[in-house]
Design a protein around this ligand. Structure first.
Ligand code: ZN
Length: 192
């Protein structure tokens, strides 16, 4: 079984890294309800239920539709942050979409106090919709508070991450996967 890798240092970035490579993914944690459950549990945002039970449709249809929406939102988050990682600007339609999903989350959520701070929370059950609202909230925080100057994209797999290292020289999603692959590639091609 594949392990869930979390290298983003922000929930919205881990959310957008649920595919292992772009444009052609060989691994997608949001492809089936079972995988989404595994991924969400590993990120500390566990799901109790995939679809929204308030909606009047068969559970399987609901699950697949909600996952499709989550996958679409994941690409929106990628479209917004990927150019920013290279000093470019985010597309307006993507920003509008993040704001819209965040707005939906705000109207459905409530503020809950914890450790002296407050944060947006949602009444159970935790569904894929809640996961999207959490990703949108995280994206809003990153957009409005940064640190966007620490945003990077792995040149090998296109994963996005915040470089929280002291010297700000992180290049790869992780040294153990893409970093070491590149190192051995250069070694074997004699460019060490
Ligand atoms: Zn990578």
């Amino acid at each position: 079984m594949m392990e869930v890798e979390l290298v983003g240092n922000a929930f919205c970035l881990d959310f957008t890294n649920t595919v292992n490579a772009r444009p052609v993914a060989r691994r997608d944690w949001l492809s089936t309800p079972e995988e989404a459950l595994t991924w969400a549990a590993a990120t500390g945002h566990p799901l109790q239920q995939i679809g929204d039970p308030a909606e009047d449709s068969a559970p399987e249809t609901r699950d697949l539709r909600d996952l499709a929406a989550a996958r679409e939102f994941r690409e929106t988050v990628f479209r917004v942050f990927q150019p920013v990682a290279h000093g470019g600007s985010a597309p307006q339609e993507g920003l509008d979409r993040i704001l819209a999903v965040y707005g939906e989350g705000v109207t459905q959520g409530h503020l809950s106090g914890q450790d002296g701070n407050f944060r947006l929370e949602w009444a159970p059950p935790r569904t894929v919709r809640v996961l999207m609202w959490e990703a949108a909230t995280s994206a809003m925080e990153l957009l409005t508070h940064g640190p966007l100057d620490r945003l990077g994209e792995c040149p090998s797999c296109c994963w996005l991450f915040l470089d929280v290292s002291k010297n700000r020289r992180r290049r790869w999603c992780s040294m153990t996967t893409c970093g070491s692959r590149d190192k051995s590639r250069r070694y074997y091609s004699g460019k060490g």
